[in-house]
Each structure stands twice: as C-alpha cells, then as structure tokens.
Ligand binder design. Structure first.
Ligand SMILES: Cc1ncc(COP(=O)(O)O)c(C=O)c1O
Length: 317
C-alpha cells in the first residue's frame, strides 16, 4: 500500500529545478535553482508555515480542539491555514484586504474558511496593498480574536513561521548537493528569508543571502518608500520585518513590476513553471546577481506560488 491519510502529509519535499532553459534564453553566467513551492496542496510555500505554526501551537497548548484559528493574511497563508484547519477540524477566520486578488478569497471559502474583507485606505488602488492597508487588516484580526477567544496565528511575529521555512533551506541544501552559493528572496513576513538563510548559512557561512525588493518600496536598500505601490503581491510592504535578522542580509536587489511580470512570462514559456508575481521577482533578481556580484554562482530561489492565483490581475495579458 502506498497512500496517505491526511493532505498535510503532502506539504514540503518539493522538487528543486535547475532553470537550464531559462539560462539559454536569458544568458546569465551561473545557475538558478528554483524550489517548486507552487506544487504544494495550496499552491504556495505558505502551506509549510501554516502547518508549522498550527502544529507548534498545538504542542505548546496555545491551540486546543474546538478553538478558532484567526489570521490576517494577503491570502497564501490563509489558503494554507484553510487546508490545515480543514484537515484538522478547526474553524478558520481569515481577515484580508480588499486589495488582494479574488482567486484567493474564493479558494479559502471553498476550503471552509470564513473571510472578513477589509476596506483599503481611502484612495488606495486595488491590487496595490500598502503598509497602511495591512495595519487596518491587523486591527480587524485582533477584534476577531477578542470576539472568539481564538488562536491568533500572527505570521509576521511568529517565530514558528521562519522555523518552518528552515526545512525549505535544508531541502535546498540537500537537493543541490551542497553547491548553492547564494539565495535571493522577496520579503513579505520575512519568514522564508530568515528560515532559509539560517539553514543555508549553518551549512556554509559563505553563502550570500539577498533581500529582493520592489522598486519604490526598497526599505532594506535604505530607500524611503515612494508610496506609489507595486504589483508584486505577498510582500514589499515598505517596512522592516521583525523576523528578518539583519546579520543574514548580505545585500539587496530591486526589481520593477515590469521585470517581475516579464520573468513570470519567461518562466512559463521557457521552463513550464506557471508562477505568480513574486516568483518572477525572485528569478529576475537571481539573474541580475548572476550578471553582477554572483557571476558564475548557483543561486537558489523559491517559486512562491502558482500563476492561477493571478488570472484576474492582468499578469498574463
Ligand atoms: C506570493 C508570495 N510571495 C512572497 C511572499 C513572502 O514570503 P515571506 O512571508 O516568507 O517573506 C508571500 C507571503 O505571503 C507570498 O504569498
């Protein structure tokens, strides 16, 4: 017999793809290794943290049977939590900004999650979620915790977020045969950057870890956010994140919306990898590094989520 009894057993253990076809098309010097996180049950890397944060809370006794699980999320963590809560039998309340794409809302609802949609700041554009929008979402999440006495996941502050992503780093190290020389990552909560960097540097402290940022929202590059917003959903909030340890940052790379969008198209066309905005940003950033300070290196990136989540955003037009 070869079957599993719980969907959460499919989380983690994704393949690592060397992007040889993209290298032929783009002509950078070195290799990009893409961790195919879009092939997880919720089609994103955030399934890992959903499972990790829930199971660590269960172990600590902070989450008990019958309690609600509450989170403020732009969607992918919500999808991951909806899957984990469905599998484990918890009520799940997901608070999110109206600025995020509709596909994620529908998917969470289909998985049995309850959605609370929060208005953006007056004058904000749909699809462009700012730090101020995010603050409004957090406030509403806290209100839901008070109302239900539920467990507030708090991915932005929760160390179990980066702890779960350390496993991704371990997998990358092992799958690459210990040949990775750098890692580049578009930061949202910073859980992936923190976890994967910690893991890779524990194996080889010379591995260089780069924060990837949108143009106009490049705080780690020491720039004031312009406030014009960007299209790269899932991060680039224009504020430094508590999970990100400054000592792990060896450098930063900025990517424009157009560069990220073009990279998403090329990833699909040349590599058959159907990904979202932030995966394009990661891959474009890695190529920039291979054309620059990491020439000839082996750079790991995550394919954060699946392109199907962005059909309504114009990403593929
Ligand atoms: C599509 C996408 N890309 C990137 C990120 C950022 O990942 P992290 O929160 O680990 O920094 C997220 C987080 O929600 C995401 O959903």
């Amino acid at each position: 017999m070869n079957y599993i009894t719980d969907i959460t057993q499919t989380i983690g253990g994704t393949k690592l793809l060397r992007l040889d076809k993209l290298k032929e098309a783009w002509g950078y010097d070195g290799h990009i290794y893409a961790k195919l996180e879009h092939m997880s049950p919720g089609f994103s890397k955030k399934d890992r943290i959903a499972l990790g944060m829930i199971e660590e809370a269960e172990k600590r006794g902070a989450l008990k049977p019958g309690m609600a699980v509450i989170e403020a999320t732009s969607g992918n963590t919500g999808i991951g939590l909806a899957i984990v809560c469905a599998a484990k039998g918890y009520r799940f309340i997901c608070v999110m900004s109206k600025g995020n794409s509709q596909e994620r809302v529908k998917m969470i609802e289909a998985l049995g999650g309850e959605i609370r949609l929060i208005d953006q700041e007056p004058g904000a554009k749909k699809g462009l979620v700012s730090g101020a929008d995010l603050a409004l979402v957090m406030e509403a999440a806290k209100a839901a915790v008070e109302e239900t006495g539920g467990f507030y996941v708090e991915q932005f502050e929760n160390p179990d977020n980066s702890l779960a992503q350390e496993k991704m780093g371990e997998e990358i190290w092992e799958q690459s045969g210990g040949t990775i020389t750098a890692f580049a990552d578009f930061v949202g909560t910073g859980g992936t950057f923190a976890g994967v960097s910690k893991s890779l540097k524990s194996h080889n402290p010379d591995i260089k870890c780069y924060v990837v940022e949108p143009e106009g929202s490049a705080v780690y590059s020491g720039k004031e956010p312009t406030g014009t917003g960007h299209r790269i959903q899932g991060g680039g909030y224009g504020v430094e994140q508590s999970l990100v340890k400054k000592d792990f940052i060896d450098g930063t790379v900025t990517v424009s919306d157009d560069e990220a969008v073009k990279a998403v198209g090329d990833l699909a066309r040349y590599a058959g990898v159907f990904a979202g905005f932030s995966s394009g940003a990661n891959v474009r950033a890695a190529a920039k590094l291979l054309d620059g300070p990491e020439k000839g290196g082996n750079i790991a990136v995550a394919i954060n989520d699946c392109g199907l989540k962005y059909m309504s955003t114009g990403l593929f037009e």
